[in-house]
Design a protein around this ligand. Structure first.
Ligand SMILES: *Cc1c(COP(=O)(O)O)cnc(C)c1O
Length: 231
């Protein structure tokens, strides 16, 4: 049986290019296919698309079983969901990068395990820019303290920041949330001297707004695979 991606999927690339042109940008925007709840067969279909750069998964256990069956892949796997302390070791084993680093405790723990394994783990700090209590990510008021801790960890490599925009149709609120993350990354680059190239923001419903505010990595599930079925 052959699996089908969402019919809208073929329009995504053009929409990204248009959003870039509207923003006067010609840098590369990376694309994470958010494959939570999707089967390995669906993921293999997505891997065939030339502009897909990564898989994004939000649960360690789900990713672990899929990676086992998947076999080799040209794509790196990114952890984009909240990471519980007791799954930190597993996460380092399975994922190529951890994008949801949101606390000092987790940074210290990941660093210790990475050192034990003789690895340097690429990470993003996730910031809650929407003010929504249900969202994960460090509060902006605690961001600098976390930033300073992460940069002290020799076995973590801080590549940038991630956020999930607010759940609203109000374009101004969405833009403001993404603009805040952009300000934080600019500020972080001058504070740390690190290049921090990755500004991960934008999902199926708001990636164009994110690109307008400087996103370099969009994370798209629904628009690529179709509606999710949580069972
Ligand atoms: C599920 C998820 C996405 C993708 O959401 P879609 O609306 O399906 O594109 C992106 N980022 C994170 C952190 C997610 O959990």
């Amino acid at each position: 049986m052959s699996v089908k991606l969402n019919p809208e999927a073929e329009k995504i690339y053009g929409r990204i290019e248009k959003a870039k042109a509207d923003a006067g940008r010609n840098d590369k925007i990376f694309f994470a296919a958010v494959s939570k709840t999707r089967t390995v067969d669906e993921m293999k279909e997505a891997e065939k698309i030339s502009w897909v750069d990564f898989f994004g998964e939000n649960r360690v256990q789900e990713a672990e079983s899929k990676r086992k069956f998947y076999g080799s892949s040209r794509l790196m796997w990114r952890l984009i969901g909240h990471l519980q302390a007791n799954k930190a070791r597993k996460a380092i084993e399975i994922f190529d990068t951890i994008d949801s680093l949101d606390s000092i405790d987790l940074a210290v723990r990941l660093n210790r395990i990475a050192a034990e394994l003789g690895k340097v783990v690429p990470v993003l700090i996730e910031v809650n820019t929407s003010g929504e209590a249900s969202k994960s990510g460090v509060e902006p008021s605690k961001f600098h303290e976390l930033l300073d801790t992460v940069t002290e960890q020799k076995n973590l490599r801080l590549d940038g920041l991630m956020t999930v925009g607010p759940l609203t149709d109000d374009e101004r609120l969405v833009r403001a949330s993404f603009a805040e993350l952009r300000r934080l990354i600019e500020d972080s680059r001058s504070r740390t001297g690190l290049p921090m190239p990755v500004l991960s923001m934008g999902m199926s419903g708001d990636f164009e707004a994110a690109i307008a505010e400087g996103s370099t990595l969009v994370r798209i599930g629904t628009l690529l695979f179709g509606p999710r079925d949580y069972r």
